[in-house]
Write a protein that binds this ligand. Structure first.
Ligand code: ZN
Ligand code: ZN
Length: 568
């Protein structure tokens, strides 16, 4: 079994291989950086003439050729002076060299190609054959949009051809069921030039989002949450105080009101904090779980926008739990169960959790850190939920857990997150009155389950391949008559179902029944109700499922019972 670390080494080595091929094919191209990523690898270039998608096969061919040379990959430290000389024509590498501490830098070499690098490679280029170049996109030097625009070639690599083929198959599936494509085919949402990165939800798409909200509201009510709404725009001073201004400014939109600077919220935290701080709180009120469906805006580069997966506005199913330090363990345990059972309702049974623990520099009582982290791990152990530990990767202000779900194509998505926060209660001087009448400091847990409601909608579409379950489908039932004779009967059926709150329509066209079935299937309607002469005579219906399965002779009452069961 190869570890994640081995895979990183492989992908890092393939990034060098890509740079090597580009350097041979286009010698005047400036190389910048090229790391391994969780998905594969990329390399950012400054070419003399922009690369096009059509160039990728040629580059990939050159990479295979270099792989076939089985060049040993070596790595050594060289004095900075030597490195500066090697890269005297490359301002990017020179800048990188200056940023490295010490008097030497690492250089990786294969054949006559070398690259600035910290190390961590496979032994020779012959081990790098199972890769695929995926696309070209725009990027910026050091990710700074005011910096030099560059071109990024991305790809992926695996140890075996079999793994690569599996990846390619998944990618094909993902393209086939791309939520942007399904959104258009099923008339759910659209994007328009008038609002780049700001989705428009059509009636059917809005039904789905509202169903997701309804489900979430019900669960939160049962879980003891109280819903709040905080403003979309808040004063600049508030964002400075919360720290968002310092850490998040580049992703925020600003405006002025009465000549006073304001920002559109990129997160909901300060709003919830101000609601908590509205009046003195007693220990009797804690834990206070304030939930909010908060629409946030984030200024994203146009190059990274990706349908509902990455948009410039979305709704976070946020909650801020204010509790006493003593309640923290129990709240975290509750939260884990709450989140896992939430995902199960959508058919995501495969949930993985990552726990980020205390970093070297951290605030808050170390004992509380330890207790909170232990509570997280114990809960995961007891519930037999697979988890990973990200040692020392927590934020300075508290431990964090991330929830990952696995979809039907086998992809993992990070959706939910829960972050313990010892900092903001200090920062905003939040208190509660203890049984003894003294003022004490609460702890905040920030958490989301969908993460972004709209992104989760996109994930659901791809997970179900457009075939949403009965309770979520924008149109749940469609009545199909065989001849006009059954129309009055069908209308009666329609009225009954509508009265019971189902989303039902009738095919009024003069098409033959096969055509009506086809049309309903294209729209991915879960249940078709076929009524012909026999059904009319017996006062029954034939229930035809989306997958073609049929149930004959169903009475009205039976149908209503079945439908009731299929609702959430
Ligand atoms: Zn390297
Ligand atoms: Zn928050």
């Amino acid at each position: 079994m190869k570890s994640e670390q081995d895979l990183n080494k492989l992908r890092h080595s393939v990034a060098h291989l890509l740079a090597h091929a580009v350097a041979e094919l286009y010698p005047d191209t400036k190389l910048t950086i090229g790391p391994a990523t969780p998905e594969g690898f990329f390399y950012d270039f400054l070419p003399t003439i922009n690369f096009k998608e059509q160039d990728l096969p040629l580059i990939a061919e050159k990479m295979q050729e270099i792989a076939d040379r089985k060049l040993p990959i070596t790595h050594k430290q060289v004095p900075k002076k030597v490195a500066r000389e090697m890269y005297k024509d490359n301002p990017f590498k020179l800048e990188l060299i200056e940023g490295i501490e010490g008097d030497t830098v690492g250089i990786a070499t294969q054949g006559d190609f070398h690259d600035l690098c910290k190390g961590g490679h496979l032994e020779h280029t012959g081990l790098l054959k199972n890769f695929k170049l995926l696309n070209i996109s725009g990027s910026y030097w050091r990710g700074d949009r005011k910096g030099q625009p560059l071109q990024r070639i991305s790809g992926t690599a695996f140890f075996t051809p079999k793994e690569l083929r599996l990846y390619e198959k998944r990618r094909e599936e993902a393209l086939k069921y791309d939520h942007r494509k399904l959104g258009k085919e099923l008339d759910l949402f659209s994007f328009k030039e008038e609002g780049p990165g700001f989705p428009f939800y059509h009636p059917k798409g809005t039904v789905i989002l509202n169903k997701m909200l309804e489900f979430s509201r019900k669960r939160h009510q049962e879980g003891g949450y109280k819903e709040v709404i905080s403003p979309i725009m808040l004063s600049d001073e508030l964002w400075r105080r919360s720290g968002h201004y310092d850490h998040y400014r580049d992703n925020m939109y600003f405006t002025n009101i009465d000549e006073r600077p304001f920002a559109i919220k990129p997160m909901n935290c300060p709003g919830a904090i101000l609601i908590y701080d509205d009046h003195p709180r007693s220990y009797r009120e804690l834990p206070l779980r304030l939930s909010e469906y908060g629409q946030v805006h984030r200024d994203e580069l146009s190059g990274v926008l990706h349908g509902l997966f990455r948009a410039r506005t979305f709704t976070i199913d946020d909650a801020h739990i204010f509790c006493t330090p003593e309640q923290l363990e129990q709240e975290l345990e509750k939260l884990i169960h709450f989140t896992i059972s939430f995902y199960k309702a959508f058919g995501f049974d495969d949930v993985m959790v990552a726990v980020s623990t205390k970093p070297k520099k951290a605030m808050g009582d170390p004992k509380l850190w330890e207790k909170a982290t232990k509570a997280l791990i114990d809960t995961l152990e007891r519930a037999k939920i697979p988890y990973k530990i990200h040692e020392g990767e927590g934020a300075f202000y508290g431990p964090k857990i991330d929830f990952y779900i696995k979809d039907s194509i086998g992809r993992e998505w990070q959706c939910g997150t829960a972050q313990v926060d010892f900092f903001q209660p200090e920062n905003f001087d939040l208190t509660y009155v203890s049984p003894k009448g003294t003022k004490l400091r609460p702890v905040i847990i920030h958490r989301a389950i969908y993460g972004s409601l709209e992104r989760f909608f996109g994930i659901l579409l791809e997970h179900y391949k457009g075939r949403l379950p009965f309770w979520l489908a924008p149109v749940q039932l469609k009545i199909l008559t065989i001849t006009d004779e059954q129309k009055p009967y069908a209308q009666e059926l329609l009225a009954t179902l509508e009265k019971h709150g189902y989303r039902v329509i009738m095919d009024e066209s003069a098409n033959p029944i096969s055509g009506k079935i086809k049309a309903a299937q294209l729209q991915q309607i879960p249940w078709m109700l076929v009524v012909g002469a026999k059904e009319l005579e017996n006062k029954t219906i034939t229930l035809r499922h989306r997958d073609g399965k049929q149930e004959f002779g169903i009475s009205f009452d039976d149908l209503l019972k079945k439908a009731e069961k299929a609702q959430k």
